[in-house]
Design a protein. Sequence first.
Lengths: 161, 629
Amino acid sequence: MKVEELDIDERIGNVREILSDTQKKRGILIHAFQQIQKEFNYLPAEQLLSLSKKLDIPLSEVYSTASFYKHFYFRPRGRNVVCVCAGTACHVRGSHKVLEKFEEAFGIKEGETTPDLSLTLGTVGCVGCCGLAPVVTVNEEVVGDLSPDRVASLIKEVKGK
Amino acid sequence: MERLKSIDDFRKLSVTRKAETFKPDTTRVRVCSGTACAATGTPKVLSAMEEEAGKRGINLDIVKTGCQGLCQKGPVMKVEPHNMFYQKVKPEHARSILAYTVQGGMPFRQGLYRQDILSEPILEMTNVPFYKKQLRIALRNNGLIDPKNIYHYIAVGGYSALAKALSSMTPDEALAEVDKANLRGRGGAGFPAGKKWKHTKRASGRIKLVIANGDEGDPGAFMDRAVMEGDPHSLFEGMLLCAYAIGAEYGLIYVRHEYPLAVKNLTHAINQAMELGLLGKNILGTNFSFTLDVREGAGAFVCGESTALVASIEGERGFPRPRPPRLSEHGGGAWGYPSNLNNIETYACVPQIIEKGADWFLSIETKNSPGTKVFALTGKVVNTGLVEVPMGITLREIIYDIGGGIMGGKKFKAVQTGGPSGGCIPEHLLDTPVDFDTLTKVGSMMGSGGMVVMDEDNCLVDVAKYFLSFCQSESCGKCPPCRVGAYQALQILEKITTGKGADGDIEKLIAIGEKVKESALCGLGNSALTPVLTTIRYFRDEYEEHIHDKYCRAKVCRGLGTFSIDNEMCFLCGLCKQACAFDAVKETSRSFFIDQDYCTKCKACYMACPIGAVKVNKASKGQSVKASK
């Protein structure tokens, strides 16, 4: 969704009845980031600027809030996003080895994107599939029970995407 | 869907649904569609089942349920009316299951659960050891109903607690019942929910909020996810009852963004409940009104802390705020309105308390912590998954009877409870009964319910470092004790695990830990060093081994120990020599050996050896001097 299409009253939900205009504008901020990111896959500067104008919140504060949350990005992300779960269960079952394999295969470090924007590699706190540890998410899909062999075939699969 | 106009309307609907929805002799499969089972192939199994049923002309009622718990053996399903339980189902099993069980009434043996290869397969779900000792209250409907169908929830008795409260209880009576049941907050600290509700009710101001905390950020915990994805209506019913008791009109559910399916199911369920008139204005024709909104988090662990969560709802940086004012007080909650914040699981317990009464709840186990608790049992146990057990059960029962013991016959070392803020409990305390107070006494905490089992291959210094690095990177940075203290402690642990530890490091860690505990602003900061403190308390010898002997007994930490090749075992494949980047593995005509002067203890050879002939040992005294230079 683009900033112009943002309907503050609709998006804030039922609590709109008890909020002042300023509170509504503030309260919609994080949701707006999520919508912008869904559209652009990151937060482009010009979108943040128009958001700041629309909501009457200084750009510095918009940026301050966006930069606090790990989920928001200020640079374009890869077409495919691979996240290695770094939760406890995955950690004790060897997720760091899985991450190393991916880092080697794509020549990027955790948190980086390949120059051709084909892949972003990251880690995630816990996806809640601890029963299948170690787990990797490829875009939205969860792939679990990764043995070294399966990691190799998964890397191949991701490279083909 | 027609809007229900009165409580009688609802009662009629409830009776017809109970009679019609789950008729006992229908052929029905209840397939787990939780995230873990979906990842192991539920969608493929389902389409195979549908196709096969179509071919055979069987009228099959498929119920896609929420998480059934036994994630390790997924996808799992129950086939009715025979009540047979199948695990690790593959699409190619669909034919056999339909032919044997549905048409023939016989078990399909390959799909049944077995404890091990020698024991007899188990037919019914309730007889599987994993489920035998469980008692399900918060997860009562997971595995029974389709979360996307509100009629399923009503068919199993859903919303009848709400109808009971609206028709026969005053708000005060409802509150008194929850208070009497001594329901303690399932989010970690164990604060009695009844007391919290009373505080909020007493707060000045007409407008009040009910907030559910679904920001389940603890790594290794997924209890709330199971409820939000698998049984959203029981959460709503709990929130509705709370709102009725304290006189609130607005509700918010805060969900972390890593749970897209939870957001989807919650939103869907809210719409259905609105249509039926179970949410919205004048619920069931009474003057009680309550609306719900879902708020998505954006990946900040600290937002699970109550004041930070409120800040995040308001659209600010997720910084905790100093208390008082508490959330329940005027000026403390979201937008200053008094707010009652509870964990998802806490709300999910409420309908049962109202329906069956506080005395029933109190009759379940320990006096100070009645009821059940859901744990996410993970780590090195045979059966991982979600378990709901009565309080007072011992850790040993959970790990060995329900979890099936340690994977691969290894030796148990410790169990970590309470997520990154909890502690590690050693073997000699395994018979500790699980409740809020005893766990705190042994230095850990109940937490939200993560339970990670560790065996002899896990290094506890490394585990402590892992948790601390998590807390450190998730520290919001507002108050210095947490921001600086956690960082400094992490540096020390980094030193210890890379063989550069020095005398006095342990004492320094303890001193930092105590200071941070006293002075940090929020719960996350207070407990950031708890894993370090408990591992020092129970496993000090491991820390000392790292520091003085430069040795990690679990062989996890790099840069520790002395590497050598066991020539008796070695069959001269040469992989270790290939693996070594520093030419430390030398070759003679008949053997390999490691040149200690070149060895950087990077473990590459250790990992490369196919038969485990590379040994890591404690350095002998002479060598340890060399290593510490």
